[in-house]
Design a protein around this ligand. Structure first.
Ligand SMILES: [Zn+2]
Length: 213
């Protein structure tokens, strides 16, 4: 099994996610399918801008047994494995704490996706997965129960998001689309509230300005 190329793709995808502001520090992690039995995952607690292909871990999909790499695999390996086992069509699973979609994950409301390209990328409705601690089997089970064949984005309550897709770059696009959609929906909700509560308008305007920056 030659895993060099896919491990290098993990590095490139993490750098891209960092540059686009979706990964901050060591927050966020990804898994890519190598073949029917193996996945490549990011190592735990790593600076993604200095990570190299040799830092990437290769695990057996069935039981998360590590078969390549010296580093400790991401604590969310189990979360990604549930996605890759349940969705044979998925090649890439990305977990982020991206700023605006994570704000929506704090609000705990499912998002409705408008008809068009975003629906093809994300699905029609982005559900909320109930809270469970990071890296726990409880969180993995909760996400597994929420998984749908036609939904590529999930909000994890009080935590962050998970996006997946049939190719690495489609998964990156799903992350971007989710962030853009979250911003639109949040701005809409703020405008509606400003109309209802004129006294709150200056404070709400500061949030709008920060989101637009
Ligand atoms: Zn997380």
């Amino acid at each position: 099994m030659n895993t060099q190329n896919i491990r290098q793709t993990v590095v490139e995808l993490c750098v891209e996610l960092s540059h686009r502001g979706h990964f901050s520090g060591t927050g966020g992690n990804i898994a890519l399918r190598i073949d029917a039995a193996h996945i490549a995952v990011t190592p735990s607690a790593t600076d993604y801008l200095t990570m190299t292909a040799t830092d990437v871990c290769v695990l057996r999909l069935a039981d998360l047994q590590q078969v390549e790499g010296e580093r400790t695999p991401s604590v969310e390996s189990g979360l990604h494995a549930r996605v890759l086992r349940a969705r044979p069509d998925v090649q890439a699973s990305i977990h982020t704490h991206q700023p605006v979609a994570s704000a929506c994950a704090l609000l705990g409301q499912a998002l409705t996706v408008p008809a068009g390209p975003m629906q093809r990328s994300l699905g029609r409705r982005i559900p909320v997965v109930g809270y469970a601690p990071s890296g726990s089997g409880w969180l993995s089970s909760r996400l597994a129960r929420a998984l749908r064949p036609d939904t590529n984005a999930y909000l994890m309550l009080n935590h962050g998001v998970l996006c997946c897709a049939a190719t690495t770059w489609a998964a990156l696009q799903a992350v971007e689309d989710l962030e853009a959609l979250s911003k639109t929906l949040l701005l809409h909700a703020i405008s509606a509230r400003a109309e209802r509560e004129p006294l709150a308008q200056p404070a709400l305007q500061r949030i709008v300005d920060a989101l637009a920056a």
